[in-house]
Design a binder for this molecule. Structure first.
Ligand SMILES: [Zn+2]
Length: 67
């Protein structure tokens, strides 16, 4: 079974330290890679929350005072 890139899942050369498909460093330990993925997911969640909060703020602003 060929090695696959942790990030983009493309098949990669076992000896290569960098994925030829996405250019990311594939030589890092899998524990670090997992941590990286967890942080990325957290960042995406926070980004989504920010968008939601902005939308709430925006709709509040549009409401006339005293309505
Ligand atoms: Zn890759």
């Amino acid at each position: 079974m060929p090695e696959t890139c942790f990030f983009c899942k493309a098949e990669k050369d076992e000896q290569s330290l960098v994925c030829s498909a996405c250019g990311r460093d594939t030589a890092i330990p899998s524990s670090l890679a997992a941590e990286h993925q967890a942080l990325s997911q957290k960042r995406d969640r926070l980004r989504a929350e920010l968008v939601e909060a902005k939308a709430r703020l925006e709709s509040r602003r549009r409401k006339p005072i005293g309505a």
